[in-house]
Design a protein around this ligand. Structure first.
Ligand SMILES: NC(=O)c1ccc[n+]([C@@H]2O[C@H](COP(=O)([O-])OP(=O)(O)OC[C@H]3O[C@@H](n4cnc5c(N)ncnc54)[C@H](OP(=O)(O)O)[C@@H]3O)[C@@H](O)[C@H]2O)c1
Length: 296
């Protein structure tokens, strides 16, 4: 099984990925769930299910240091690519280790119906925050409210988005988990409360840009807001914080296994479907479910 993730767009050479770029001729990188065919290590046997970073290829060789054994009895194997894999780790790390988000405040999550965003939003609810999610289209905002139990949802594709933002954020933003960036951010940043804390997880709206956006330059305004409202903005990238992965698994495995953190998956069958499936993350057709391609 192959995990399909937005950063794979950036691995293809625009230099902005937190992971090393791939060269032409290399396989696309990314997490997989695989089966051990042959092993010279006593702790891995043929037939074992493992999670690896072997990318888009049929076979790979590992010295065992970058793989972990999976137990289907604990959680379905596919969760090792979703809520109990890099996706869940990204949400958990940003919500629990980058900032200490205090209960009671308002947390805004962009890309909230997506794989990382939906997990981050649920962690926010479990931590006692009022959680507002931003997503594209009424089906996704209904999912945020009705299935994830968020306090409010904003459809950024609707004509009345600014009115929706006003209604959803009557007390401003205390905590912000940013997955998207793009043109909505200058609108949202006006809602920062004094001492608001923001974690920049990703800016998917910009990943395919080849030149700087044209139009109003909001940078001076952002600097002013940071200065006068003491906004604390931090970014993180999972490759640099993998030491926390065991803590993440210890905390999140029971929450996922018990259903306290829910997740949605979408499976596509066929190795040859990998490229076109990746593109759906960027063309507006993606359901928001964790995308996984299956191949024998
Ligand atoms: N910091 C790290 O180490 C790290 C690690 C992994 C992932 N990430 C980041 O986490 C974020 C979420 O990743 P994910 O795997 O959970 O993907 P995802 O959110 O499940 O999928 C992408 C979603 O992004 C939204 N989107 C795409 N293009 C957009 C645009 N131009 N404007 C606004 N929204 C757009 C779409 O949702 P809508 O239909 O709602 O627009 C789409 O469904 C990404 O920014 C990714 O790069 C960061």
């Amino acid at each position: 099984m192959f995990s399909i993730d937005p950063y794979q767009r950036n691995l293809m050479g625009n230099g902005s990925s937190e992971w090393p770029a791939i060269e032409i001729g290399d396989p696309m990188g990314g997490p997989t769930v695989a089966v051990v065919v042959e092993s010279r290590r006593p702790d891995f046997a043929p037939g074992d299910h493992i999670q690896t970073w072997s990318g888009w290829q049929d076979y790979a060789v590992s010295d065992g240091s970058d793989i972990r054994k999976l137990d289907e009895a604990v959680a379905p194997l596919s969760t090792a690519l979703g809520p109990l894999g890099l996706t869940g780790f990204t949400a958990w790390y940003g919500m629990t280790r980058v900032h200490d988000f205090k209960p009671g405040g308002t947390l805004l999550v962009t890309g909230a119906a997506g794989a990382v965003g939906s997990t981050a939003a649920q962690i926010g609810k479990l931590r006692g925050l009022r959680v507002v999610g931003v997503a594209g289209g009424p089906a996704k905002t209904a999912y945020l409210k009705d299935e994830l139990g968020l306090d409010a949802a904003i459809d950024y594709k609707a004509d009345d988005v600014e009115e929706q933002i006003r209604r959803a954020l009557p007390d401003g933003i205390d905590a912000f988990y940013e997955n998207v960036g793009g043109p909505l951010f200058p609108v949202l940043m006006e809602y920062f409360n004094p001492h608001a804390k923001m974690v920049v997880c990703g800016t998917i709206a910009d990943y395919s840009d080849t030149e700087l956006p044209r139009g109003v330059n909001y940078l001076p305004r952002l600097i002013t807001l940071i200065h006068y409202r003491f906004v604390d903005i931090m970014a993180f990238a999972t490759p640099y914080v993998m030491h926390a992965f065991p803590d993440f698994l210890a905390e999140m495995t029971p929450l996922v296994a018990s259903g306290k953190i829910s997740y949605r998956e979408e499976f596509v069958d066929g190795f040859e479907k990998l490229p076109e499936t990746l593109l759906t993350l960027f063309d507006g057709s993606h359901s928001g479910r964790k995308l996984i391609v299956r191949a024998d």
